[in-house]
Design a protein around this ligand. Structure first.
Ligand SMILES: [Zn+2]
Length: 96
């Protein structure tokens, strides 16, 4: 399950202030939150346009992941997209 803190980070889809204006790396290390498979991702088009959000399937377990560059700026982090949507749906339901 993803935590409220993780959800908030991915929902905001913004870069940490220390990252704004920084050049992107070619690749960022990413560990799959489901199978711990280590892979590398390239910054998404959205990231290059200033929105810290991307998506890709894990090459190990094929889980579709929502990806952001971590606030430390030296690696990427991800949550399973399905779980993110479930939390988002719950929160939307709770506020109605
Ligand atoms: Zn995986």
């Amino acid at each position: 399950m993803i935590t409220d803190e993780q959800f908030a980070l991915f929902e905001a889809a913004n870069f940490h202030e220390s990252q704004v204006g920084q050049d992107f790396r070619e690749r960022y290390d990413l560990v799959c939150p489901v199978c711990r498979n280590e892979t590398e991702i390239a910054p998404s088009l959205a990231m290059r346009c200033g929105m810290n959000q991307g998506a890709a399937s894990c090459p190990g377990c094929k889980t579709f992941l929502l990806i952001r560059i971590a606030d430390t700026g030296d690696h990427a982090e991800a949550v399973p997209y399905q779980q993110y949507i479930e939390v988002r749906t719950q929160k939307a339901g709770a506020s109605e």
